[in-house]
Design a protein around this ligand. Structure first.
Ligand code: MG
Length: 382
């Protein structure tokens, strides 16, 4: 394989910084980087990698980025237009989209429309606008490589099975820090408790989503779009050790799973170097060190975000965008100390049940549903 050229949206986050380690180790050219607001780290990355352009999404930080990169010849950008410009640069083999939230939706579409392959870590892209995104990707023949560990596992299990029908997907869930707890035990949960994930080290938004199981609901929707299966074909299984990253059952009752230590570098590297499997700087899996692996049913009553996501995708249209938008607002309010932990599930459920159903024809349908849901969530927060 020739030297690959990539761009990274979300380069200062958990996925982005690990992707840069993979890129350095495997000698990939990084042509552009983008971050939400960490302007200091973004400027350091831009200089070290000698990128063509760097984008700081937060417009208030643009002047500082200009100052830090003055004299380097690196083009600086800001806002959604900046992200979309990076997503549609010429001469790029793959764009890694690892931004947090709905912000990732339009850049993903921009890359697909430009014909650039996408390594997708931004699950909100598919949750909110999956029908549109997958349709455009198929029409243009643009591949989407999943970065999420579960979807990477499913994608890996499907290799060599183009002709074989998926009977069922087994989507594993760690269960988060509160697995086994009942609703009444979760009323007083603090931000620190919600952010203490047992297995995975991730950003604050996704870690909160893992504690509410919203993350698994989003992944359920993401899996339906990526792999073309129905809601009835996905079984969520709580697997506390996060060693089996997900599995596919085929027509012959054979189940193929992908395993490994819980470390995002494996799926990140597989998405960036696909189909190559080469040395990766992660620990090796010792099954005997684990001794036993456990599998249980999720508690759909306690973790109502999960149930709201499944209801939303069964109804379809703009409803998944609505529950996602409501969740983004609710999680931000929780992390700010403005609402309690259980309020997140209440807000997602209420907005999901009251949002107007519309079909998705264009990206504006998605963006409007998202904006409506955010307004409704803000009203509920008060
Ligand atoms: Mg995941």
């Amino acid at each position: 394989m020739d030297m690959q050229t990539i761009t990274i949206l979300g380069s200062t986050g958990s996925i982005g910084t690990q992707a840069l380690q993979v890129a350095r180790k495997h000698n990939m050219k990084v042509k552009a980087v983008a971050a939400a607001s960490n302007v200091k780290m973004l400027a350091e990355q831009a200089k070290e990698l000698d990128v063509s352009c760097a984008c700081i999404y937060n417009a208030d930080k643009k002047a500082e980025l200009d100052e830090r990169l003055s004299g380097t010849g690196i083009k600086t950008l800001t806002g959604m237009d900046g992200l979309k410009e990076i997503a549609s640069l010429d001469g790029v083999d793959k764009m890694l989209n690892s931004v947090v939230g709905m912000v990732g939706f339009e850049p993903t579409l921009a890359a697909i429309r430009h014909g650039t392959a996408v390594a997708l870590a931004n699950k909100e892209t598919l949750v909110a606008g999956g029908d549109l995104v997958m349709r455009e990707a198929h029409e243009r023949g643009v591949p989407i490589y999943p970065v999420d560990s579960e979807h990477s596992a499913i994608f890996q299990a499907l290799q060599g099975n183009d002709e074989n029908r998926i009977r069922k997907i087994i989507l594993t869930a760690s269960g988060g820090p509160f697995f086994g707890k009942k609703r009444e035990e979760l009323a007083g949960v603090t931000v620190d408790q919600a952010l203490a994930h047992p297995n995975w080290s991730m950003g604050r938004k996704i870690t909160t989503d893992s504690a509410t199981l919203m993350n698994k609901g989003l992944e359920f929707i993401e899996a339906m779009h990526l792999f073309g299966v129905s809601a009835e074909q996905i079984e969520i299984v709580v697997h506390r050790q996060s060693v089996v990253h997900s599995a596919v059952e085929f027509e012959d009752n054979s189940v193929i799973a992908q395993m490994g230590v819980p470390d995002m570098k494996i799926p990140i590297q597989y998405a960036l170097l696909y189909p190559k499997r080469v040395e990766c700087e992660v620990g090796r899996l010792s099954l005997t060190d684990y001794g036993s692996l456990t599998f249980e049913r999720p508690d759909y009553e306690t973790f109502e975000c999960l149930t709201s996501c499944i209801e939303a995708i069964k109804r379809g249209g703009t409803l998944p965008a609505a529950v996602n938008g409501a969740n983004e607002v609710a999680v931000a309010a929780f992390l700010d100390g403005r609402i309690g932990f259980l309020d997140i599930g209440r807000i997602v459920k209420t907005v999901g049940e009251t949002a107007e159903y519309k079909e998705i024809h264009t990206e504006n349908d998605v963006l409007e549903a998202d904006a409506c849901a955010r307004r409704a969530a803000r009203e509920l927060i008060g």
